[in-house]
Design a protein around this ligand. Structure first.
Ligand code: ADP
Ligand code: MG
Length: 417
């Protein structure tokens, strides 16, 4: 029996540079370097600062992950990277690094969806995902309910926030209360000493029958309540405000998650994303799932916030099944839809040339290792059969690139002096 592929996972969609190494469903290394401290004084993630931090952290994190796993670069069988959604500049750093590693190692590249990776990471802790499952994904950038027939191939959106994400509301409310950024952990901590029933904050879209969320009204209600106390010269009961706010968030998230399971006849709920680290959300989800006869799976807090292990976990699932890799010209897509678990198209401007160039180089270096299912990473990605861009695609036909690019390709393939 051959061992499962060793998959390198690269995550740079927001403020964490994550490098994970996973074989099958075994987590071998999870190196995370966060730039969160650099954003604290701005009260939110600054994209340019995050991108620069990814550049600086990438190679040290890669080295650290390999050292932890006791692996050498040549042991890596496939490279997975978050292709989107996320901050464009931040994603670009990870995607560029992943292409470089895949090319240098001669291994297939999988550009994967960040949200699907948040779901797949649970397999590292609790084994194969049940099918179908419902996933509640809550982070600083997303609040979504998803139906997941198969995390490697099919993820269906059921609902999402119509305004702020849950984590964004945590971050903004923390600011109002004078707590540090990111707001989730300090609010979680402050709420332990507060009364969740002290203030009746609004629960957006609570009874509207949809599976969508809204947190902007809640955030504003907290701000107005705090301002009113301050204007009256009264002290702000931080613990009570934190607990009451947190109760409103956890109440609406868990209520709709159970509603989604019921509506789709699903018995398994997975909760992921940074806000899934929240103690009240975890406790309320556990009790409501218990009451509703739903099995609940939540990864440990360290795997809920962004990390490379989740990308490696999804990559390992995809590569392990022998599904085809992404083209090496794959783009970073800041608004990649959750339905696209693996990116199968190349950037129209550079992708075709890039992939064709890689294919030519690969053809002269037949040592590229085949992955399961007979795919040969770089060669398969560039053999002229790649999918074209879903809309507005240009230049994806082999006939278009064959002639004019030859000189350029010859230059690329020329042996180093
Ligand atoms: P992203 O960085 O893309 O938003 P993460 O998955 O890293 O995604 O999530 C970060 C978000 O999670 C932040 O908004 C943070 O406030 C929130 N968060 C982290 N820990 C907790 C917690 N214990 N309770 C509530 N929110 C939390
Ligand atoms: Mg983050």
């Amino acid at each position: 029996m051959t061992a499962s592929p060793l998959v390198l996972g690269i995550e740079t969609s927001c403020d964490e540079t994550g490098i994970g190494l996973v074989r099958g469903r075994e987590l071998l290394a999870d190196a995370v370097a966060s730039s969160v401290g650099e954003h604290a004084r701005f009260g939110g993630v600054v994209p340019e600062v995050a991108s620069r931090a990814h550049l600086e952290a990438m190679i040290p994190a890669f080295d650290r992950a390999l050292a932890t796993a006791g692996a050498r670069p040549g042991d890596i069988d496939a490279v997975a990277v978050t292709a989107g959604p996320g901050l464009a500049g931040a994603l670009l750093v990870g995607v560029a690094a992943a292409k470089a590693y895949a090319l240098a190692l001669g291994k297939p590249l999988y550009g994967v969806n960040h949200l699907a990776a948040h779901i797949a990471v649970d397999q590292l802790e609790h084994g194969a995902l049940p099918s179908p499952a419902v996933a509640l994904l809550v982070s600083g950038g997303h609040s979504s309910l998803l139906l997941v027939p198969d995390v490697a191939t099919e993820v269906i959106p059921l609902g999402a926030t119509i305004d702020d994400a849950a984590g964004e509301a945590y971050d903004k409310v923390a600011r109002v209360l004078g707590l540090p950024f990111p707001g989730g952990p300090p609010i979680d901590k402050a709420a332990r000493d507060g009364d969740p029933a002290a203030i009746a904050f609004p629960r957006g879209k609570y009874r509207d029958g949809t599976l969508d969320f809204s947190f902007a009204g809640l955030k504003t209600a907290v701000a107005r309540w705090v301002e009113a106390r301050q204007a009256a010269g009264e002290p702000v009961p931080v613990a009570d405000v934190a607990a009451s706010f947190q109760e409103a968030v956890a109440d609406v998230l868990t209520r709709k998650a159970v509603q989604a399971c019921r509506a789709h006849g699903v018995r398994d709920l997975i909760v992921g994303g940074g806000v899934a680290a929240n103690s009240r959300l975890r406790a309320l989800a556990a009790s409501r799932c218990d009451d509703a006869g739903i099995r609940l799976r939540v990864p440990r807090p360290g795997l809920c916030t962004d990390n490379g292990a989740m990308v490696a976990a999804l990559g390992a699932e995809i590569a392990g099944r022998g599904l085809p890799p992404s083209p090496l010209g794959l783009p970073a897509d800041s608004s990649l839809p959750v339905t696209e678990v693996v990116v199968r198209w190349a950037d129209a401007d550079s992708g075709d040339r890039y992939d064709h160039g890689i294919a030519r180089i690969a053809a002269r270096q037949p040592q590229h290792a085949p992955v399961k299912g007979g795919q040969t990473g770089a060669v398969a990605a560039g053999d002229g059969e790649q999918a074209s861009r879903p809309s507005g695609a240009v230049g994806t036909s082999p006939a278009l690139w064959a002639r004019p690019m030859d000189a350029e390709l010859a230059a690329w393939s020329r042996p180093a002096p």
